[in-house]
Design a protein around this ligand. Sequence first.
Ligand code: GDP
Ligand code: GDP
Length: 439
Amino acid sequence: MNEFIMPIIALVGRPNVGKSTLFNLLTRSRDSLVADYPGVTRDRQYGFGKIGPCPYWVVDTGGMLRDVERLDNAVDQQARLAVAECDAVFFLVDAKEGLQADDYAIVEYLRQQNKPFYLLINKIDTGDRDLLMAEFYALGIEQTHGVSAAHKKGVNPLMELVLSDFASDYKPNDEIRPKRLNLTVIGRPNAGKSTLINRFLGENRVIASEVAGTTRDSIAIPFTYDDQDYTLVDTAGVRRKSRVDAHIEKISVIKTLQAIEQANVVLLMLDAHEGIGDLDAHLLGVAVDAGKALVVAVNKWDHMNDYEKFKRKDELARKLHFIDYVQIHYISALHGTGIRDVLKSVCTAHAASFADLSTNQLTTHLQALVHKHQPALVSGYSVKMRYAHQGGKNPPIIVIHGSRLSHLQASYLRYLEKGMREKFGLYGTPIRFQLKESS
Ligand code: GDP
Ligand code: GDP
């Protein structure tokens, strides 16, 4: 049996054709109400989506292909990397504007890439569909897809078609907690990932071997620590390291996304000197979106003076506020300080993501929380929350039944989330809420 690896779809096209609109549509998940913290999930370039028969990653190469004549400049490298590493390309054109010279240039580029690509003729929302699409036949692509990202038209059948080949090995989230815990360590080059991993492996170091049967070269290293079995899902950043290219090593975001997807728990490693960068924040955002349990390790703590420590802690508390349920450890991979506690938090987060929550307990606690702090009235009527039950695991899904639930504010949902977390010890894992209207 093959292991399911989430397909990656890259969105390519001129500016303003609708890539980010489509990106938002493809990555908007119905059950992540609480995960949508302002500023975190906005302006993302990498997203997790669930429309169609299996989940997938979307990469918005937004604007990077702007200057197709200069594809080899540094800015375009990321877009090229995305195209090279993805499984399918959505090439968007704009039906309102019509066919442009740059569209030809992009098609020419894509043809050389040997990747399946789909021509999406976007903004087909008014006018004669066939007429609007006809002009693009000049691109010489047989099968074209008329869509409207803004009006959500044509996207579902498209995803059915595109994903059908990938979905055969897909099994929806296992509800049974696996004995062996899949862990991935992510972070920028030089954060200390390899040093930490060598600590984990200790003397029982196992020679890394390529996992057969996957088209993409992912690596899995088994190890045992304090009686818990782990599989280390390797990231490119660690594996690619060789004496020769250590310094020019580039982070492959897509490889990292795949490692995140395969993991039960994601360990983000930061260099205490550097703090948290945009890329770290992005990766955290996608891990949260994908429902992954998380732990943060701030490394090289041995190398910091007291003032630096104080400043770094303060900064991280602010920047990681949106995941204040995640344990942050200050460690030294080099000296082995704090390693055991990191793995303890990993186990705690893993257990929390598979927690069993009874309807009785959830409902009782929901009522206690509501009693303590009532939601705001909606035009004089109160929002009613009647009962709650668990709708899934990994991550925990709490389904709330009641009336006028759509009026619940994000701040109130965060209050419920916090209350549920504290009561049931759900630390280190995202929680999803689903609201079910019943009269
Ligand atoms: P990007 O630069 O390719 O990411 O394009 P955007 O997603 O920012 O979209 C550019 C403009 O096109 C925005 O004003 C969108 O609202 C608009 N747009 C996107 N999709 C559609 C569509 O399906 N129909 C129409 N009429 N407008 C759209
Ligand atoms: P990676 O690129 O994330 O795998 O990082 P490495 O594990 O190769 O570490 C990068 C550099 O940081 C190496 O020179 C390590 O010796 C150093 N380093 C790793 N952990 C620590 C630590 O805890 N303290 C200090 N002072 N240096 C560290």
